[in-house]
Ligand binder design. Structure first.
Ligand code: NAP
Length: 355
């Protein structure tokens, strides 16, 4: 029987993914660092599950090497601390690895393990949630059968029914990292808050979004072949005041002791960021080609964590069934845009427009 470990099983994302997996034929193991929280999570999830207690990423890496689960699902954010040691432990153990990272550096760190994963015959999938897949699926859909685009714009606009405190920690890391975009094929540093846009929605008012350094930027660059790429999100405040404050906050948080202090405070007080609630999450992509044509597409789905849990669970199921291939991937690069449809998304892609 396949053994699936869910790391961070006491968190919002971990519990949602475990709920999707429990009841399938897999042996689901809930992994957490706090005995009481883990017992509460296991009881609330019900069904057949086992629990494993491990205080942190280095102990987890040792346990993975010893137990060699079939698939490890890493939901422990911020991922800058966890993807590299845990994905490496999976490569060594011969376990497949799936995470929910959407911060640019950890997504790139996993993708850079491609050669090691191929040699070991394991599959690493990073960004197996609304971020990265929602915008990546659109770019794959728009790019299909056409030459490389010259320019790609993607935007993620999820709604959620609440957020875990690790999300705030991930946002703090992203703000400290500062802005990034691709220009002429090069990943360039930009002033955080400088790029913002109103994203059109079908038959609905546009939503304001801000360029942020997400894994979606890398996935859109790879899937479109475009040299100029920008990735925006509605999750970060993008009003005039926020845009003016962001570069200052970025400079402050880039100072390691300040960032560490803020992260400790967030973790101790279990602070959570404000959530954008609603019924419909959206993603958007626009590709432009050197011949002057462009195409736009939208992805529509429900609440963000629900979609994320389904994306991760479908990814796990496919890897368990041997449908993966060795290497390191974003989810759409491995399983295509249909992974998003299988997870409950609708893709709206009108035809090519000549501008
Ligand atoms: N890609 C996507 O679409 C997507 C969607 C949702 C979330 N996310 C990301 O996924 C991450 C988790 O989000 P969430 O909402 O589930 O957060 P959460 O509710 O705060 O859960 C975080 C989990 O990680 C555990 N954890 C934190 N630090 C740990 C450490 N040092 N060692 C071991 N375990 C540790 C927590 O354990 P305790 O309970 O013991 O504190 C908890 O189980 C965030 O980075 C978030 O940004 C991504």
């Amino acid at each position: 029987m396949e053994t699936i470990w869910v790391l961070g099983a006491t968190g919002k994302g971990g519990r949602a993914i475990a709920a999707e997996l429990i009841g399938t034929r897999a042996d689901v193991v809930l992994v957490g660092r706090d005995r009481d929280r883990l017992a509460t999570a296991a009881a609330s999830l019900g069904g057949q599950n086992r629990t494993v207690l491990a205080p942190g990423p280095s102990e987890l890496a040792t346990l993975i090497a010893a137990e060699k689960p079939t698939v490890v699902v890493n939901t422990i954010g911020p991922f800058g601390e966890t993807t590299a040691p845990l994905a490496r432990a999976c490569v060594t153990a011969g376990s497949h690895y799936v995470d929910l990272a959407n911060e640019l550096p950890p997504v790139q760190a996993v993708l850079n393990m491609d050669a090691d994963a191929r040699s070991a015959g394991v599959t690493l999938v990073t960004g197996a949630g609304f971020g990265v897949l929602a915008t990546e699926a659109l770019v794959i859909e728009l790019a299909g059968g056409r030459p490389s685009a010259s320019r790609a714009t993607v935007a993620a606009m999820p709604v959620v029914d609440g957020l875990g405190s690790a999300v705030l920690s991930s946002v703090i890391d992203a703000v400290a990292f500062g802005g990034r975009r691709y220009r002429d094929g090069q990943l360039l540093r930009t002033r955080l808050g400088a790029d913002h846009a109103w994203i059109p929605l079908p038959d609905l008012p546009a939503i304001q979004a801000l360029a942020v350094p997400t894994g979606e930027l890398e996935a859109a660059h790879r899937a479109s072949g475009a040299g100029d790429v920008v990735a925006l999100s509605s999750e970060v405040p993008s009003g005039r005041l926020a845009r003016a404050a962001l570069p200052v906050m970025s400079a402050l948080l880039a100072v390691r002791p300040i960032r560490a202090g803020v992260q400790r405070l967030v973790e101790r007080a279990r602070l959570t960021p404000p959530a954008k609630s609603g019924d419909t999450s959206w993603a958007y992509a626009r590709l432009e080609w050197p011949d002057g044509t462009h195409r736009e597409a939208w992805l529509r789905t429900g609440e963000g964590y629900g979609f994320t849990a389904k994306v991760a669970a479908h990814t796990v199921a496919r890897l368990s069934d041997g449908q993966g291939r060795p290497g390191a991937f974003t989810p759409g690069a491995l399983f295509g845009a249909d992974l998003a449809r299988d997870a409950g998304a609708q893709i709206i892609a009108p035809g090519t427009v000549t501008s």
